[in-house]
Ligand binder design. Sequence first.
Ligand code: NAD
Length: 498
Amino acid sequence: MTTIEHWIGGAFTRGDATRTGTVRNPATGAATGEVLLAEPADVDAAVAAAATAFDSWGDSSLSQRTKVMFRFRELLVRHEDELARLISAEHGKVVEDARGEIVRGREVVEYACGIADALKGSYSDQVSGGVDVFSFRQPLGVCAGITPFNFPIMVPMWMHPMAIATGNTFVLKPSERDPSVSNRIAELYAEAGLPDGVFNVVHGDKAAVDAILDHPGIAAVSFVGSTPIAKYVHERATASGKRVQALGGAKNHAVVLPDADLEFAADHLTAAAFGSAGQRCMAISVGVAVGEAGDALVEVLRRKAEAVKVGPGDDPASEMGPVVTAASRDRVAALVGAGIEQGAVPVVDGRGLTVPGHEDGFFVGPTVLDRVAPGMAAYDEEIFGPVLAVARAADVDEAIALINANPYGNGTAIFTSSGAAARRFQREVKVGMIGVNVPIPVPMSYYSFGGWKDSLIGDSPIHGPEGVRFYTRAKTVTSRWPEVRQSVEAAFHFPTAN
Ligand code: NAD
C-alpha cells in the first residue's frame, strides 16, 4: 500500500489530512494505495504556493514558458510506458488505450509549445491622427482544475498546459479514484524546469472541491465530470466571482443509415462503445439503426460484441478491462436489468462475467440491448459502462429528432455513403462534436473541445483557442506619442476618431 500525498510548492506533503480514501486495482479488486483527502487548510496552502509562484511566473517570458513545455513534452514521450501502466493499474483500462490518452493529452502540450503564436495580440495603426490601438492578453493568476476518473492524464492536460503556458499558476484536484499519475506529472514538470509552486496537486473529495470553489485566491475553475456536479461547480464558483469552464456528461448517438457499410460501421460502434469499458465521455452509448439497417446491424453487433476479449488492463491480449469500482459494476448491471424489465431486448448480456484468475475484479462484459427508447432507464441515464443500446428510427429525420430531444449534446456520429445525408445531419443536429464515418470525433488540440446542452454548462469550451481565451484577459491600449510638444485643447465631449 502506498500513501498518495499532495504536491504543494514543489514537494510532497501530508498537509493537514486526517481522512484517506482507498485506491484499488479494478482488475483484482485489491487495495493498492491510500490517498490523502485534503482539508480546506491544504487547499489554502496550495493556493498560497501558487500565488507566490505567480509573482514571477506571470511575468516570465514566452520563451521561458515554451522551453519548459518542450522539455515536458519530451519527458511525456520518454515516460509513456510507465505512465500508461500507472493509469491502467488504478483506472483498469488496457495499457494500449492508456497510451492513447497520453498521446491525446500530449497534443495539448504541443499546442502549448506554440503559445507564442496563439497569444499574439492585434494592432491597429493610425486609428485617429497619431493614435494607435492595440490589444494583448494577460494571465488571470491562480487557476484550479477539478477532474474525473476516466482520463486521469488527458483531461487534466486539457487544462494545466494551457493555463501554465499562458502565464498562470495551477492547482489540480484530480479524481480520488486514480490519483497517482497526477503526482508523476508534477514530478515531470519539476524535471522539465517548471518553478516550484506553478503546478500543485491537492487530492481530495467534496471538501477539497468546495474549498476551491469558495477560495478568494482562485481566479478561474475548470471542471470536467458528471452533469449534476458540473452544474453545482458552475453555480457555486460563478457565485464567488470566478471564471468557470464546466463540462458534463453525455449520451452519444451513432446513426447508421441503410447505405452505410455495415461491417465498417459495426466495427467502429463496437470499439467506441466498449473501449475503456464504455467509460469515455465520447463513448458511443446509443446506436440508431435507420430503416432496413436495423436487424442486419444488430446481428453484426452481436457477433462483434461477443468477440471482444475482456481481461486485465496489463495483459496485452485484453481489448477491454474492468470498470473502475465495484459500485460502478453494480450500477451498470442494475441499469441493464431495468432496461430489460422495461422492454429492451438483450442481444448480448455481459452481467455476471468473471475473468479466470481475476474473480474479484470489477468486470462487466460487453452488452448490447436492442429496441431501447426514451423513457427506459437504459436510455435516459448515462450508464458509463460497456453497454450499447440500439434504438430504431424510420428515417434520418426521426434519428435527428431523437438526438435533438436528448438533454445531452456532447458527441454524435453518422455512418453513411451519402454526402447529402451527412451534410444535413451535421447542420441540423444539436450536438457540439460530430463525426462523419468517425465514431469518436474528439477535436485536435488546435480546435477546442466542448458539447452543447447538458454536456457543457456555461459557454466555455476547453483547450485550443477557447482555452487561450479562458485563461487570459484582454487589455486594449489607445496610445498617442506626439512628436512635438504642442498644446492641445482639451475637449469635453466623448472621444471620437478624427
Ligand atoms: P464526477 O462528477 O463524479 O467527479 C468529477 C470530479 O468531481 C472529481 O474530482 C470528484 O472528486 C468531484 N466530485 C464528485 N462528487 C462531488 C460532489 N458531490 N461535490 C463536489 N465535487 C464532487 O465524475 P466521474 O465519475 O469522476 O467521471 C465520469 C463523468 O465525467 C461522466 O459523467 C462523464 O461523461 C464525465 N466526463 C465528461 C467529459 C467531457 O468532456 N464532457 C470528459 C470526461 C468525463
